[in-house]
Design a protein around this ligand. Structure first.
Ligand code: LUZ
Ligand code: MOS
Length: 763
């Protein structure tokens, strides 16, 4: 089945937040941001702005009727600054005006008196000063402290990975309407409608039942709207609630880049111990997560770093510790992979460090230590239906790893200026929210009397195709054509208490709920059919097998069946609840069975590096991926390609730069570069690994959202491999992204490269 949306997208018919027709009386909101990254907020001067043309009202923390608090995991984040400011771009005041331009113009007339306080931007500095969001966490397996003496080889090092801007094409925004009962209806560009509803109710001091949040679709989320859509939803709602007029708030691109959090940068110290046979005996890491100025989702992201710290490897002795460090940057947040990629980058760095020093190929260490069936992760869940080895071996055979290596080596012998590099990147990603209670979902299914069907769930469509998958599940379960099915907007009054569309689990959770609701309706209709059409039903105890055996006369079509059921007063509506079975996790012992299943795969990246310029092109990305039994190969393939390219961007060209004042310098698309048609690999091959899928995956089709991002980590190591072909004695620090500038600096002895860069930038 094709993705339901793209034709509407290219025709411009799809409705995004900004396409909602503007209601009469709408006020436009603009946000006054803190101009300093840290300080005491003495006063906000609004009188000049209040006189500005078109300005209707300016709201500050003092206008919040409920509690000025939107923190989720930790209550440490005011909606509007009060007393202190903690990052540049922190919302301080909300201007409401007749037009967008007037609202923006009024911002320039606002001044804030702020007494500056010291600014921290580096997580290691924050940790040294005890600036932690939550106490550190440690996952442990075996006895790492005792095992070091038995290791033949021990290597230590540091690894750094940078942040990443989500760059959803649709920026953050919300449109709020006062409702007649003193509540607010919010159209929000959010992955978490319930989060917007809950926090807005709290801020306004009213019940959640007074807040309705509706989401048709997002122009991308990538985690950036899992938690951080709440600010804009709540601000628009605050305006609508206070002035009783509709309020629309949409961030422009630069405001979005300045004000919102991103993927967490990490600084890490690792130690890895191997035996004579290159088996990894012990692994120890300390992660310093740059959380920004408030908790947001950082503690959960931190936890997933620990879950995935050993990637697709079995290591018998593990001790991984993570610090969530408070800095004066916008609170960093969920981003595809949710801390997993940061952990896996360090693991791969440790392996490459060992391989380089021992003079072996990293792939030898990787293959020897891959997870096998029933190996334990540090959190004690066994790797079940483990496809790590199968994916690896399939890739090695299909793409002929020795031959690829040889081609690269031959090319490098024959070329001076151009060098090729090759990397292998296995992945393993756990599917489920790591916070077990979040793994629940509901579906509300109506069959209308004409046989058409409306499905509502908590799933938010953000381009990933979840609505298509839900329609497929409903169509397949009811045994009808998908053209009869409409997947409705995500609305908190139809489906309540939803988890955000996140953790790659949305299709599984909401799809399973849809499946349950449709199964119940199907069974009810079949029972009705037996009563309606079977002559000898009297005294028959109706059980499934009998119903099915009884069958339905051939001339009974779906429409007739539905309509006759209605006239016999059979309910054509069902609401189902799904909670992932079997999973549990104890955050005190850090042990349990947190994931419904794991997704595996292997990627080969080949790159050609121009050693005069530092620029590179990716020749090919070859992937073997464990989709289970893909229910929609076209959508799933798109997720693999998009995810991998997004990972390549994170590892290579996307460089977030904050200065010491906590000001984002890479604050627009002039200075922040994401992959485009010219920088994606020239070919991307994706092989669908043949596996039976997993029963806890929807229709045995495994979750596909986040795992492929981590194939992009291979891009870093491919470039690094090419650098070492040019300059064998040099060992670059493990620091991502490896931008062309950084690649160049690594190609020449210190001083030379700087001179080249200087010349290059002056011409
Ligand atoms: N969000 C969340 C996530 O709240 N918990 C998770 O485990 C998670 N994992 C990935 C992405 N978002
Ligand atoms: Mo996400 S990082 O699954 O919102």
């Amino acid at each position: 089945m094709n993705h339901l949306d793209p034709v509407r997208h290219v025709r411009g018919e799809s409705q995004y937040l900004d396409d909602v027709p503007v209601q009469q009386g709408t006020l436009y909101a603009a946000v006054f941001e803190s101009p300093l990254a840290h300080g005491v907020l003495r006063a906000i001067h609004l009188s000049e702005a209040r006189q500005a043309p078109g300005v209707f009202r300016i709201l500050t923390a003092a206008d919040i009727p409920g509690e000025n608090q939107i923190g989720g995991i930790v209550p440490d984040e005011p909606l509007l600054a009060e007393g202190h400011v903690h990052f540049r771009g922190q919302p301080v005041a909300l201007v409401l005006a007749d037009t967008e331009h007037q609202a923006q113009a009024a911002l320039r007339l606002i001044r804030a008196d702020i007494d500056p306080l010291p600014i921290i931007t580096d997580p290691r500095v924050a940790a040294a000063q005890g600036e932690l969001i939550v106490p550190p966490r440690t996952f442990r397996l075996g006895d790492p402290d005792a095992i070091w003496s038995q290791c033949a080889h021990i290597f230590e090092g540091e690894a750094e990975s940078g942040g990443q801007e989500h760059l959803y094409i649709e920026t953050q925004g919300a449109y709020a309407f006062p409702t007649e009962m003193g509540g607010v209806r919010i159209i929000s560009s959010t992955q978490g409608p319930t989060a917007v509803q809950r926090h807005t109710a709290h801020v306004l001091g009213i019940g959640m039942h007074q807040i309705e949040v509706d989401v048709t679709r997002l122009g991308g989320g990538f985690g950036g709207k899992e938690d951080q859509a709440t600010t804009w939803g709540a601000l628009a709602a605050l305006g609508a609630f206070v002035v009783r007029r509709p309020v629309k708030l949409v961030l422009d691109r630069m405001a979005d880049m300045r004000m919102t959090g991103k993927r967490h940068p990490y600084s890490s110290d690792f130690r890895i111990g191997l035996d004579e046979n290159l088996r990894i005996l012990a692994y120890e890491v300390t992660f310093y997560q740059n959380a920004g100025a408030a908790a947001d989702l950082s503690p959960a992201v931190l936890e997933r770093t620990l879950f995935h710290a050993t990637n697709a490897y079995f290591i018998p002795n593990v001790k991984v510790t993570a610090y969530s460090c408070r800095t004066n940057l916008p609170p960093n947040t969920a981003f595809r992979g949710f801390g997993g990629p940061q952990g896996m980058f360090v693991m791969e760095s440790a392996i490459v460090k060992a391989a380089e020093t021992l003079g072996v190929s990293p792939s030898e260490i990787q293959r020897r230590n891959l997870l096998r069936e029933n190996d334990l992760f540090s959190y004690r869940q066994p790797a079940e239906m483990c496809n790590a080895g199968l994916a690896w071996d399939t890739a090695a055979n299909l793409y002929d790893l020795p031959k690829l290596r040889q081609e690269v080596d031959v090319f490098n012998q024959q070329n001076e200026q151009l060098k090729k590099g090759l990397s292998v990147m296995p992945i393993c990603f756990g599917i489920s929210f790591t916070k077990t209670p979040m793994n629940q979902a509901r579906a509300l299914v109506h069959i209308y009397t004409d046989g058409s069907v409306g499905v509502s769930t908590g799933a938010v469509e953000m381009g990933q195709g979840v609505n298509t998958k839900i329609a497929q599940v409903a169509a397949q379960t009811l045994g009808i054509s998908p053209s009869r099915i409409k997947v409705e907007s995500t609305n908190t009054t139809r489906v309540a208490n939803t988890s955000p569309s996140a953790a790659s689990a949305t299709a599984d959770l909401n799809g399973k709920a849809t499946q349950m609701a449709c199964e119940a309706l199907r069974e009810r209709l079949l029972r009705h059919a037996v009563l309606e059409y079977t002559l000898n039903y009297e005294g028959l105890e109706i059980r499934d097998e009998q119903v099915l055996a009884a069958g339905v006369p051939a001339d009974t079509n779906w429409e007739k069946l539905v309509s006759s059921a209605y006239w016999k007063r059979v309910s054509l509506t069902e609401n189902a609840h799904y909670a992932t079975p079997d999973i549990h996790f104890d955050p005190v012992t850090n042990q349990g069975y947190p994931f419904a299943y794991h997704v595996y795969g292997t990627a080969y990246t080949t790159v050609t590096l121009d050693c005069l310029r530092g620029t590179y092109t990716f020749d090919a990305l070859r992937i073997v991926h464990d989709f289970g039994e893909s229910m929609n190969p076209a959508i799933d393939l798109g997720q693999i390609e998009g995810g991998a390219v997004q990972g390549i961007g994170w590892m290579t060209m996307e460089e977030l730069i904050y200065n010491e004042e906590g000001r984002l310098l890479s604050n627009s698309l002039n200075s922040y570069k994401i992959p485009d048609l010219y920088s994606v690999p020239q070919r991307i091959d994706v092989h669908f690994l043949e596996t039976p899928g997993h029963p806890r995956a929807i229709l045995r089709s495994k979750a596909v959202g986040e795992p492929p991002l981590m194939y992009g980590i291979g891009a870093y190591f491919a470039v690094r491999d090419a650098i070492s072909a040019f300059r064998p004695a040099h060992r670059p620090t493990f620091s991502a992204p490896i931008t062309p500038e950084k690649a160049l600096l690594n190609l020449y002895p210190s001083g030379v490269a700087e001179e080249v860069v200087r010349l290059a930038s002056s011409t």
